[in-house]
Write a protein that binds this ligand. Structure first.
Ligand code: SF4
Length: 84
């Protein structure tokens, strides 16, 4: 499972931070920070970071995506299908 996060879209409400430890607060920037995220090119966002979800953290990762009010987080299964 893979999570993608668009920092450009993020409005810093920090709900994701409460759901999954991979997201931390960057209060100064007013943005979430995807801790192990690597910058990637993606067709859906301007400043997208991606990370593979460690085994056992799939539920939390999906929940982080679901609570984001501006859809700045997308979650894909191992086949590349978007699940959140
Ligand atoms: S929930 Fe969405 S808008 Fe809020 S900090 Fe996380 S990514 Fe940004």
């Amino acid at each position: 499972m893979r999570v993608e996060y668009d920092r450009e879209t993020c409005i810093g409400m920090f709900q994701c931070v409460e759901e999954w430890g991979e997201f931390e607060k960057d209060v100064d920037a007013g943005k979430a920070h995807l801790v192990d995220g690597e910058r990637v090119d993606a067709d859906w966002g301007e400043e997208v970071y991606a990370v593979e979800v460690p085994a056992g953290e799939e539920f939390e990762a999906k929940f982080a995506g679901r609570v984001c009010p501006v859809d700045a987080i997308r979650v894909f299964d191992d086949d590349g299908e978007r699940v959140v």
